[in-house]
Design a protein around this ligand. Structure first.
Ligand SMILES: [Zn+2]
Length: 744
C-alpha cells in the first residue's frame, strides 16, 4: 500500500516544506538505529541490499539475474525482491509487528547467485561478496533462539542486551536504574563475560563519560558493578542532530525552536530530562501545520519493557478531520468524570486538554508505522502537563481499507456486509477513544505524596477490596509505570485503552462526536452498527492475536495483540458463565462464541466469531466495565502483584486456544507493507509556484519535492535507494564493534 500525502504536502508553505524536509531527514537517519536494535545481522543485510540495489536500476538487475548462466527464474527473482521489501518495511529481519524472524523464500545458493549475476559487471562485486559472507548465515538461520525476539537463551534474541544477558540481569539493571533515577529509554545493557560487570550504554553523540550531577560513573548495586558510558549509536545520532540543526532555521514559532534545542541537547548528551523538556515544548506547540516527534519512544520491543525503540515522524495536519477530534477533546473532561467505571479520585485532578489531530504522514522512520499515537510516554509530564494525541489518517486509510469482493476471515456470512461497511468507521472511533480517553485517562499514586494523603483522608474505599483507608502499595519514589510493571506494562496498558474503546463506544454522545447518529437501532437497548462491528473487530483481533504467541517459549510477542487476546478470553469466559446457568434453559446464544467448522470452500478447519448483538449493552458492558476497573485501579495504585497475576491469567493460551491457533496460522494473511514517499531537495525554477520566496527566507533557489513510488515490492526497494546512499561505513563500524557481544 502507498502512503498518500501529496495533496496535504502541496498545501504547506515553502518554509513549512523545508522544515518538514529536515525533520524527515532527522527521522530517517536515526531510523538506522532500529537496525541495531533489531538483530546483529540487520546492519550488514541492510548494507548489502542498499549496495546491490544502488548499482543499477532494479529492472536492469532483474534482467541480469535472469540472463545469467543458470539464471534465476521469475519466481526466484520475485522472492529476492520480496525479501528486500519486507526487510526495508521492518527496518530489520524480524517483523516489527510480532517480532518473529523472516528469511528469504529461495535457497541460499540462489540468493547468492542473484547477487553475483546482478552485480558481476560492476566494480562493486567484491564488496557485495564481502557483505554476503558477513551476513548470509544469520540471514538464513532459524535456530530455536533466533526464531523470535526475547531475553535469554531459551526465549530469543534482543540487541537491547548483550547475548549473555537473561531476565534476571534485566530485572537487576532496571532496579539499579530506578535507584539512581536514570531512565532506561535510551540505554542498552552489556554484561562482561569474564568479570560479570555490567555496562549501561547511553545513546548520545558525545562519547566522553557521562556527567550526571551527583552521580558517579561506577556503582555497586546489590553486590554487582555497574558502569555508565555514553556514545551508543554516536555517528547515526550525529546525522540526526545535523538535520535537526537545519530544521531549526525554518521553525514556525518559539515552541518549535525550543523543542529542537532540547532535542539537540538530549541527543548530544544522552539526557532524558532534556528529551522531557523537548516534549514539554512540543505539547505547547498546539495545532502546528507540520507535526513531528522524535527519539527513543516505544518500549514494546524491549523484552523487559523499558527501553525505547527509535522512532521519528513528520507529518502535515489534516484540518478537517482534526476539527472532529477536537470536539472529542472538548467533551473529554465530562466523559472522564461521568462515563468511566470509576470515581473522580482515579482521574487526574484537572484534565489537560491535549491536541488531537489527524495527520498525513510524510516520513515515519522506525520499524513500523502505527495508526494512532498518544505521547509523550513520560508519566510525570502526562500527569501534570499534558500530552498529544495523533491519528495517522493516511496510515489508517492505507492499512484498513477492505476490498468489497474479498471475504473477511473469521467473520460469519451474515456479518460480512456489515463488517466491510463499518470497519473503517469503527476503527476510527476505537483509535480515537483508545488514545484520548484510554491512554489519556488515569492517575498514578506515589508513596509519601500529598495525593496519597488526600486519598487516605477522603475515606474513599478501595473499589475492589472495600479496604478503607486504602493501603497502597503506591509507586515508590522515582519509580514509573514502566519501571514498576516492567515486562507486562506495555500490553497491560494497551488492554486498558482497548477496554475503554469497547466500553465508551456504547455511549451515543461520544459516537455523535464522530458524526455517527442513531438510525434504526434507536430503540431501547439497541446498539448501533458501528458499535457492533467495533466489538466484533476486537473479538476477531483477539483470535488473530494467537499468531503473535509462541507456543515453544510460552511468550507473547506483540503488546496490542496480547491485549486483544486477553479481551477475547474475557468475553468468552462470560459466554461460559451465561450458558452454564442451568436454571435458564433458554436457547439464547452467549455473548461470544467461537464456532469451529469444516469450511466447504477448501475442506479445511475454520472458525467464526459469533457475537450476540443483544447482549453487548447489558452483559458485555458490565463485564468489560468490571474488568477495566480492575486494570485501572491496580495501575493507579502501583499494585504490580495483583495486576500481573490477574493479567497473566487471561494471557494463558489453553489447549483449546492452541488448537484454534493452528487454524489462525493456516489462514493468516500477509501483512501489508507501507511504501512511504521521499522528500528531496531540488533546484528551483523561477516559474515553479513552490519556488517563489513567499516568506523572504532567501531559499527560493531550492524546492522540496515529494517523490512517490509504485505500489509494489520494487517500489519499496526504490524508495530506500532514493532515501539512503549505497554505502554506510559508519554503520558497518558500529556493527563490527558489537558483533561479538551480540552473537550467542
Ligand atoms: Zn495504545
Amino acid at each position: 500500500m502507498s502512503l498518500e500525502a501529496s495533496s496535504a504536502f502541496s498545501m504547506l508553505t515553502h518554509r513549512e516544506q523545508l522544515y518538514a524536509y529536515y525533520l524527515g531527514r532527522a527521522d530517517w537517519e536515526g531510523a538506522k538505529i532500529c537496525l541495531l536494535q533489531c538483530s546483529v545481522e540487520s546492519a550488514p543485510i541492510f548494507c548489502l541490499l542498499q549496495l546491490v540495489f544502488s548499482i543499477q536500476p532494479i529492472e536492469q538487475l532483474k534482467a541480469n539475474a535472469a540472463a545469467a548462466n543458470n539464471g534465476l527464474t521469475k519466481d526466484e527473482i520475485s522472492h529476492v525482491i520480496m525479501y528486500a521489501a519486507a526487510f526495508y518495511g521492518n527496518m530489520g529481519n524480524y517483523k516489527s509487528f510480532g517480532d518473529t524472524k523472516f528469511v528469504p523464500a529461495l535457497p541460499q545458493d540462489r540468493f547468492h547467485k542473484f547477487l553475483q549475476s546482478a552485480t558481476s559487471k560492476s566494480n562493486r562485486a567484491e564488496e557485495v561478496e564481502r557483505l554476503w559472507q558477513e551476513c548470509h548465515q544469520r540471514m538464513y538461520s532459524l535456530t530455536p533462539r533466533q526464531r523470535q525476539m526475547g531475553l535469554g537463551e531459551t526465549k530469543g534474541i534482543s540487541t537491547y542486551f548483550s547475548a549473555n544477558c537473561a531476565e534476571t540481569d534485566a530485572t537487576l539493571a532496571n532496579a539499579f536504574l530506578d535507584s539512581i533515577g536514570l531512565s532506561a529509554y535510551n540505554t542498552r545493557l552489556f554484561k562482561d563475560p569474564t568479570t560479570g560487570h555490567y555496562t549501561i550504554r547511553i545513546a548520545s553523540t558525545e562519547t566522553a563519560p557521562p556527567q550526571i550531577p551527583h552521580t558517579p560513573n561506577t556503582h555497586t548495586f546489590q553486590h554487582k558493578t555497574f558502569l555508565l558510558t555514553r556514545g551508543d549509536y554516536s555517528p547515526l545520532l550525529t546525522r540526526t542532530t545535523t538535520a535537526l540543526t537545519h530544521a531549526g532555521l525554518y521553525t514556525a514559532n518559539p515552541n518549535q525552536t525550543g523543542m529542537l534545542r532540547h532535542y539537540l541537547t538530549s541527543f548530544t548528551t544522552g539526557s532524558i530530562p532534556a528529551h522531557k523538556d523537548a516534549s514539554r515544548a512540543w505539547i505547547n506547540d498546539t495545532a502546528p501545520a507540520v507535526e513531528s516527534y522524535i527519539g527513543f519512544i516505544e518500549s514494546y520491543r524491549d523484552p523487559s519493557g523499558v527501553r525505547g525503540e527509535w522512532e521519528g515522524f513528520v507529518s502535515c495536519v489534516n484540518r478537517e478531520v482534526s476539527r472532529k477530534f477536537q470536539k472529542l477533546v472538548e467533551g473529554a473532561e465530562v466523559f472522564l468524570r461521568t462515563r468511566m467505571p470509576w470515581g473522580v479520585e482515579w482521574e487526574k485532578d484537572s484534565f489537560i486538554r491535549p491536541d488531537f489531530t489527524s495527520l498525513e504522514v510524510l516520513a515515519f522512520g522506525s520499524s513500523g508505522v502505527p495508526a494512532g499515537i498518544n505521547i509523550p510516554n513520560y508519566d510525570d509530564i502526562r500527569q501534570s502537563e499534558g500530552f498529544k494525541n495523533v491519528s495517522l489518517g493516511n496510515v489508517l486509510q492505507a492499512s484498513y481499507g477492505v476490498a468489497p469482493d474479498v471475504r473477511v476471515s473469521f467473520v460469519a456470512t451474515n456479518d460480512q456486509d456489515h463488517f466491510k461497511t463499518h470497519k473503517a468507521t469503527a476503527f476510527e472511533v476505537q483509535v480515537g477513544i483508545h488514545e484520548l480517553l484510554g491512554h489519556g485517562s488515569g492517575k498514578l499514586y506515589h508513596q509519601d505524596t500529598t495525593a496519597v494523603e488526600q486519598l487516605r483522608a477522603s475515606n474513599v474505599k478501595h473499589p475492589l477490596t472495600g479496604e478503607c483507608p486504602i493501603d497502597g502499595p503506591f509507586y515508590k519514589k522515582g519509580a514509573t509505570w514502566n519501571s514498576t510493571f516492567g515486562k507486562i506494562a506495555p500490553t497491560y496498558e494497551e488492554c486498558r485503552a482497548e477496554c475503554c474503546g469497547l466500553f465508551l463506544c456504547l455511549e451515543r454522545d461520544i459516537l455523535q462526536v464522530f458524526g455517527i447518529t442513531g438510525g434504526d437501532a434507536e430503540e431501547e437497548g439497541g446498539i448501533l452498527d458501528v458499535t457492533y462491528v467495533n466489538w466484533l473487530l476486537m473479538a476477531r483481533a483477539g483470535l488473530m492475536g494467537l499468531e503473535f504467541y509462541t507456543p515453544q517459549t510460552g511468550e507473547w510477542r506483540q503488546a496490542h495483540m496480547q491485549a486483544r487476546y486477553v479481551i477475547l478470553r474475557l468475553l468468552l469466559e462470560t459466554a461460559t458463565e451465561t450458558t452454564n446457568d442451568e436454571d435458564t434453559n433458554s436457547t439464547t446464544p452467549p455473548l461470544l462464541a467461537l464456532h469451529r467448522f469444516i469450511d466447504p470452500e477448501d475442506g479445511k478447519p475454520n472458525v467464526e466469531v459469533l457475537l450476540n448483538r443483544d447482549l453487548i449493552s447489558s452483559i458485555g458492558r458490565k463485564v468489560v466495565g468490571d474488568f477495566l476497573l480492575k486494570l485501572h485501579v491496580w495501575k493507579s495504585l502501583g499494585d504490580v502483584e495483583n495486576g500481573t497475576k490477574f493479567y497473566n491469567q487471561y494471557s494463558v493460551v489453553t489447549e483449546e486456544m492452541a488448537a484454534l491457533r493452528e487454524i489462525v496460522m493456516e489462514r493468516k494473511e500477509a501483512r501489508k507493507i507501507l511504501i512511504q514517499p521521499h522528500m528531496c531537495l531540488e533546484p528551483g525554477t523561477t516559474t515553479g509556484g513552490q519556488a517563489i520566496d513567499d516568506d523572504g527566507d532567501g531559499d527560493s533557489d531550492i524546492v522540496v519535492r515529494l517523490q512517490t513510488f509504485p505500489v509494489s515490492p520494487e517500489g519499496m526497494v526504490e524508495s530506500f535507494v532514493a532515501r539512503f546512499p549505497a554505502e554506510d561505513p559508519e554503520l558497518m563500524a558500529l556493527y563490527e564493534a558489537d558483533k561479538e557481544s551480540m552473537t550467542e
